[in-house]
Design a protein around this ligand. Structure first.
Ligand SMILES: [Fe+2]
Ligand SMILES: [Fe+2]
Length: 426
């Protein structure tokens, strides 16, 4: 396991523990309800369907799908079997040419690297990203492909924007960028960053400007969420914490615009935000809760862990301080989303429960695209709070597995009365 995966797992498990504690579900987790294992296992010779076990007790996915081990570099005796479909994404089939007439083992670094070259990609427009990545260990090689090394590979694909987006009719909206200095924290703008070359400064300015616009859009998202909570009769603790989260997002936008201005060397701020057609009246609670799962329980959990990891690797003191503050706030926002879902489950409405469960079943998250950094030393970008693609992906995978997976199971298992919704003091 790579160092970045280990660090991501550490952060995710720590976050999951505190979240479960806040929800009053630590005992449920400790009882083993929350186990989330790998979705693909490697069986022993002759064990059709996989000889390992998963947290879900394994499955019979193996029929007709990967078996074999001829030419795997381990004497041809290892049978590799996909145990069950991946929980996210789909299984695809990919091949590369045999180098010396021998195919490497499915779990080897060579296999992963060859397959990643073909299957992993990111494409981003101004604010949103399309990404595809390998979401679990491949199975193979396929013995029916004599001239190439072929494997079944769990693939995840996502087209999305990170954080808590402001969506109108399914599309995330942000403002545009304009030169203004009334959305930047005092003291952040104007630092000449003399040690950075022009390209690094431009990349950092763009990255923080994009983050700032998403933070700015999150203000609108929480404004609407407060109305949603009131319309559903939510307790004061949730409404109060949503109001606090709205104020946090203003602060995050100011911090991020301040950093963008600092690297750009000139003021940066938002244009007016288009709120036309954004529903101001009562929204269907089913829709509200599905959005809360996707944007809060998943999106803000991922955002919190990405910010926490970026804060850890940042060296620049101003960036480190800003990201540390944002990470702590985003963790609270994620907790608010989980508490909101817990409160809704406590109402005992089957329609709400099934909307929540369906939203969890279909929610995915993608790592944000790293800046295109040709000719720029990544050590420098990292020191200024940017994670490369591999590190972002490791964070997202740990967040989905160790936090979303664990908390989802704990949340949907116990009697609703055991769940705490009043985590904030009056
Ligand atoms: Fe934020
Ligand atoms: Fe947030």
């Amino acid at each position: 396991m790579s160092q970045s995966s280990l660090e991501s797992d550490r952060l995710a498990r720590s976050f999951a523990a505190s979240l479960l504690q806040a929800l009053g579900l630590a005992a449920v987790a400790a009882a083993g309800v929350t186990g989330c294992g790998a979705n693909v296992v490697f069986g022993e010779p002759g064990e059709e369907g996989g000889g390992g076990s998963t947290s879900d007790g394994g499955g019979g996915f193996g029929a007709g799908v990967p078996t074999g081990g001829g030419g795997d570099g381990q004497g041809g005796s290892v049978v590799v079997t996909c145990d069950e479909p991946p929980p996210e994404g789909t299984l695809t089939y990919a091949c590369f040419f045999k180098d010396n007439g021998v195919c490497p083992a499915a779990e080897s670094e060579v296999t992963y690297s060859e397959l990643a070259d073909q299957l992993e990609w990111d494409y981003c427009d101004e604010f949103c990203c399309d990404s595809q990545w390998i979401s679990g260990p491949p199975c193979g090689p396929d013995p029916a492909a004599p001239n190439e090394c072929c494997y079944w590979v769990p693939i995840n694909y996502e087209s999305s924007c990170m954080g808590r987006p402001f969506t109108v009719e399914g599309t995330a909206r942000t403002a545009g960028l304009i030169g203004r200095d009334d959305w930047a924290c005092a003291g952040a703008a104007g630092d000449p960053c003399a040690s950075l070359d022009a390209k690094a400064r431009a990349l950092l300015a763009q990255a923080y400007a994009e983050s700032a616009l998403m933070e700015h859009a999150s203000v609108a998202s929480f404004a609407r969420f407060i109305l949603d909570l009131l319309s559903m009769g939510a307790p004061a603790s949730l409404v109060r914490d949503a109001q606090r989260a709205l104020a946090d997002e203003i602060r995050h936008a100011e911090l991020s615009f301040g950093l963008a201005a600092r690297y750009a060397g000139h003021p940066v701020g938002p244009t007016a935000l288009d709120v036309d057609d954004a529903p101001a009246g009562r929204r269907d609670p089913v829709r509200v809760l599905a959005d809360t799962v996707r944007e809060g329980c998943v999106g803000e959990t991922v955002a919190a862990l990405l910010a926490a990891r970026a804060a850890e690797v940042a060296v620049d003191p101003e960036v480190k301080a800003a990201l540390t503050e944002i990470a702590a706030d985003e963790a609270r926002h994620a907790e608010l989303a989980w508490r909101t879902v817990a409160w809704a489950l406590g109402a005992g409405d089957p329609a709400l429960r099934s909307a929540i469960e369906e939203a969890f079943a279909t929610a995915t998250a993608t790592a944000p695209s790293a800046p295109c950094a040709d000719g720029v030393d990544w050590t420098v970008l990292r020191a200024h709070g940017q994670l490369d693609a591999a590190e972002s992906r490791a964070v997202v995978e740990s967040a989905l597995r160790d936090v979303v997976g664990a908390c989802r199971r704990a949340l949907t298992t116990p009697a609703p009365a055991t769940i705490s919704t009043a985590a904030s003091a009056c």
